[in-house]
Design a binder for this molecule. Structure first.
Ligand SMILES: O=C(O)CCC(=O)C(=O)O
Length: 387
């Protein structure tokens, strides 16, 4: 099936100075209107080497913001540079070389995987599209890896990506360990409740080509991540925005930092003490933005269970059951929140999150007001159901 890639649409758009109407967001989403212009609060930057304060700092940032950046994380700069280099080289290949990895070629696979080269990740809310193409690869554990979806070109894609996955373990371990300790649990409890060494890492490479109308378009629309945590490497082009106290604020680019998002599964497991961050990405007129989020989550068939975790106390629920617990309507400004009260059944909403494509980042936006307060309410409703 022939799919319009944003990369191709972008080069046509510069000759006309306009973008196709499906990329023009509703006014209540347009970055030109909705991005906060005043003095912006700063997303916490945490020094990973500050062992003494790490637990406190991470828990504080996870509950107030749901996003923080870490510096001194000990992943060598060369490893990250190489991850970025091979990703960039892949997107700079001719179209036909990239299309060898198109998801659409494998639509009839029994696996029906989210993996591969694509443009559309979520059902398109209100017919609108994101100004972004992506490549999705499961990179851990080895049993989840399907090399058919890994580009053979550039030739060092596999080595560079595997090297990064190897270094990521320490960061995942330390972030989850700090949250766990901060919640009053044993250091390993959260990680082992979610699969331990079988935690799944999904790498998504986002490629946002320059856009002639960056005030009207969005890269990835507002959403929270459905996983446990996300660890993201950005390039130097600003674009990640977090929803904080009713405003869209920049997650400022910090050289060599990793951006950590708290995802829905930690929000649920922590009974709302940690906050899953509502975020979106914007695009740039002159420069290509790229980002490399890794979504870390329990294996889908895992029974998330630990006696100390309030929500997961129902051992009959598997990780997949919790994916759609929180579903929001697309028009977060006007519409009330929609919560599933039956986590084991997939809720119906204006977005269909039931496909595997809904795995990460495909939920829609939250309702208005204070998202944290709403989340806390949601979590207590969820915990009522499970304890
Ligand atoms: O590109 C970014 O900074 C954010 C990407 C994102 O939120 C996603 O891919 O789900």
């Amino acid at each position: 099936m022939e799919v319009d890639r944003v990369q191709a649409i972008a080069s046509d758009s510069f000759s006309t100075g306009t973008i196709p109407p499906e990329y023009i967001r509703q006014e209540n989403e347009q970055p030109g209107i909705t991005t906060f212009k005043g003095q912006q609060p700063e997303v916490p930057v945490i020094d990973f080497a500050n062992e003494e304060k790490l637990v406190e700092l991470i828990l504080d940032a996870s509950s107030k913001w749901g996003v923080f950046q870490i510096v001194n994380h000990v992943i060598p700069k060369e490893v990250i540079n190489r991850l970025q280099k091979v990703g960039k080289e892949f997107f700079e290949l001719p179209k036909e070389d990239k299309e060898l990895y198109a998801k659409s070629l494998r639509e009839n696979d029994s696996k029906n995987s989210v993996e591969g080269y694509g443009t559309k990740l979520q059902k398109e809310a209100e017919g609108k599209r994101g100004w972004v193409d992506h490549l999705f690869n499961m990179i851990w554990p080895p049993s989840a890896i399907d090399y058919r979806f890994w580009p053979k070109n550039p030739p060092d894609y596999r080595e560079a990506t595997e090297e990064y996955a190897k270094h990521l373990h320490n960061v995942v371990h330390k972030v989850l360990g700090s949250i766990s300790l901060g919640l009053g649990l044993e250091e390993n409890e959260l990680k082992y409740a979610m699969g331990g060494d079988d935690l799944v890492y999904n790498l998504k490479i986002n490629y946002y080509p320059p856009c002639p109308c960056p005030d009207l378009a969005l890269g990835v629309p507002a959403h929270t991540d459905m996983c446990a945590i996300t660890i993201l490497v950005p390039n130097e082009v600003q674009g990640l925005r977090a929803y904080e106290e009713g405003h869209w604020v920049d997650v400022k680019y910090v050289a060599n930092a990793l951006v950590v998002h708290i995802g829905d599964q930690i929000e649920i497991l922590s009974n709302g003490r940690c906050r899953s961050m509502l975020h979106r990405s914007t695009v740039n007129k002159e420069n290509t933005r790229m980002s490399w989020p890794v979504f870390v989550e329990p294996p889908a068939d895992r029974h998330v269970f630990s006696p100390s975790l309030p929500v997961a106390a129902d051992a009959s629920s598997s990780a997949a059951d919790f994916r759609d617990c929180k579903v929001y309507t697309p028009s977060y400004v006007e519409d009330p929140i929609h919560i599933s009260t039956q986590p084991s059944k997939r809720p119906t909403s204006s977005l269909d999150t039931s496909s595997h494509e809904g795995l990460c980042g495909s939920k829609s936006t939250r309702s208005s007001g204070d998202p944290f307060k709403e989340c806390a309410t949601n979590m207590s409703r969820l915990s009522e159901m499970h304890i």
